[in-house]
Design a protein around this ligand. Structure first.
Ligand SMILES: *Cc1c(COP(=O)(O)O)cnc(C)c1O
Length: 385
């Protein structure tokens, strides 16, 4: 079906931060398959884990205990401070689980018409419920009637949250990305998540953080919410968790972690031995290589590099980012830039129309980071001057 518009290129292999096309030409990957291949391509630890597990056991179903899934849950709980985990196969499924937890929480409190507060310009997925939660009319267009029970307010605006009427206690949860990803790499003000936490405490509703793009060391911490001194009730993960093997997770703490009971939710594939083994390998590399700290370091290097090479280039509105989640916002529409960069053998992505989004692998070298700055600055200069 024609729901994608792929660029005219086919990759057949990869290694680290590099991808190779059918002609053997190599490309510098500043996107990691949209924040998925955090460990780069063909990482030995992931490859060995998958091959070994494929030779032992791929799938049994959740009708039986899956020790690898339990081990993975323990790791996630340990790094996040959550209590329990549900596994699915994608980000949308992780958010579906979070939305279902919010509905169950409302039901446990006998709330009749519960509302989940979500943000304008947010992205939460493409299933019917998650696209209804998403704050982008383009993604919702043509899919009416949308799933009800979502209230959109502006991102990074605590006044808008506090101004919501809540006398009859209809708000059951606030769902938020710690940094807007698809929305244009938008970093909220310091204290934003803390203020949401306070709102949720004051009104006994759940704070649900969508870490699908930001999670697993990308922003310089294991999870982006950890840049503030708060603990959410629910966290969703996917993208980088399996380094390309599909897996998603919904983590919950306290009362939220007790809402699912046998029969309330499920997934045939979710957390199967193969996906769990891949994700365990990913986590072990993140841990042993201290890739949270490395992402912070590399991110600063890239930010400084771009600020230096682009400081006198007109047409650049802002260069921003946290760790290896960076955005270069242009004054003009930048839609053509991904194709131009491809000609220079660099993979980037344009989001929100005028933001160049960079989500490079966490394993790149300083030299590769510098190369990224040189190539992309060149592309921006030729197109914007
Ligand atoms: C990618 C993404 C999703 C959706 O994940 P899928 O695996 O494509 O379903 C949800 N939320 C955020 C913040 C994302 O970046």
């Amino acid at each position: 079906m024609s729901n994608y518009q792929p660029l005219p290129i086919e990759f057949i292999s990869g290694s680290g931060v590099w991808l190779y096309d059918t002609q053997g030409q190599r490309y510098l990957d500043a996107l990691s398959g949209i924040a998925v291949c955090g460990l780069g391509h063909a990482h030995t630890a992931v490859q060995e884990a998958i091959s070994d597990q494929a030779g032992k056991l791929i799938h049994t179903s959740n009708l039986y205990h899956i020790p690898l899934q339990e081990k993975l849950a323990e790791k996630l709980v340990q790094h996040s401070g959550m209590d329990k985990v549900f596994f699915g196969n994608s980000g949308a499924e992780a958010n579906e689980a979070a939305i279902k937890l919010a509905r169950l929480y409302a039901s446990s409190k006998n709330m009749l018409n519960p509302v989940i507060v979500v943000m304008d310009k947010s992205f939460h997925g493409r299933t019917l419920a998650t696209l209804s939660a998403t704050g982008n009319p383009k993604i919702q267009k043509g899919f009416d009637p949308l799933v009800g029970g979502f209230k959109h307010i502006p991102y990074n605006n605590i006044d808008a949250l506090n101004a919501l009427p809540h006398e009859n206690a209809t708000i059951v949860a606030v769902m938020v990305e710690p940094i807007l990803g698809e929305g244009g790499v938008v970093l909220p003000d310091v204290g934003y998540l803390t203020a949401i936490r306070k709102f949720c405490d004051d009104h006994a509703c759940l704070m649900m953080v969508d870490e699908i793009q930001t999670g697993l060391c990308r922003t310089g911490k294991w999870f982006a919410f950890q840049h503030e001194a708060i603990m959410p009730d629910v966290i969703t993960l996917a993208k980088a968790l399996g380094n390309g093997v599909p897996i998603g997770a919904c983590l919950a703490k306290g009362k939220s972690a007790e809402l699912f009971q046998p029969g309330s939710h499920g997934s045939t594939f979710g957390g199967n031995p193969l996906a769990s083994r891949a994700a365990l390998a990913v986590i072990e590399v993140l841990e042993s290589q201290l890739l949270d700290q490395r992402a912070a370091q590399l991110g600063n290097r890239l930010l400084e590099g771009f600020k230096r090479t682009l400081h006198d280039v007109p047409g650049i509105k802002e260069i921003r980012g946290r760790g290896l989640m960076l955005g270069i916002e242009l004054e003009q529409d930048a839609s053509d830039l991904a194709a131009l960069a491809l000609k220079e053998k660099l993979l980037i992505n344009i989001t929100a129309g005028n933001v160049i989004r960079l989500l490079p692998p966490l394993i790149m070298s300083d030299a590769e980071a510098d190369q990224m700055v040189t190539i992309l600055s060149g592309v921006i200069k030729t197109c914007c001057i």
